[in-house]
Write a protein that binds this ligand. Sequence first.
Ligand code: FMN
Length: 206
Amino acid sequence: MPTLLHISVSTRAGASYSRRAGERLLTQLMLRHGPFDVIERDLAAEPLPHIDGAVAEASLTPEAARSPAQHALLALSETLVCELESADLVLISTPMHNFTVPSALKAWIDHVVRPNRTFRSTPAGKVGLLRDRPVLVVVSCGGPFHDGPGSQRDFLTPYLQYVLGSVGITQVEVLRMDDMGRGEACVARGFARLDAWSASLAVLPA
Ligand SMILES: Cc1cc2nc3c(=O)[nH]c(=O)nc-3n(C[C@H](O)[C@H](O)[C@H](O)COP(=O)(O)O)c2cc1C
């Protein structure tokens, strides 16, 4: 059975549109592709600590030279990397915060994008060490994205694609649900777009 890693981020529990969208997409994927072994990584229920100096130093110390304390400091990062490695498919459901990923998701990224574990630095830049796999991202945004006045820029989509690319994961598809803070009609339109996007996805062989 394929393994799906589901990362959910919103702190708004039952009121969250991105959580609702992620659960809906997961149900649709299971109907289409059969069951998955699902690993739930809920960054609101279990927030991750930010990387501190000791963790950063441990991650830069060659593995064979690490002290037992440094191995212990990297245990959480190792758990998160193993979850990602074991996933055939990743689903991220997240809000947009200040035009990009919420800090809770950024903390997850800082734990899994790790030198000599998930990427290697070379004179030509970072080389990813993970197997490529599909990542589906559903993003709930309160405001609009269009060419007119009052619109905003999306730094979340290119950032996620770039940072996951640095560890070797290039199949990142993003569905942005815009205007979700602007009333019921906008919310209904967002979920209709989710359903159309979901139906068009060919994430796994049929
Ligand atoms: C700290 C913070 C920053 C936000 N920044 C943005 C933003 O830059 N652009 C936007 O469209 N909405 C922004 N929002 C609104 C959320 O994206 C919106 O409420 C979204 O639906 C939250 O996702 P959820 O419903 O899954 O909790 C922000 C909300 C918060 C709390």
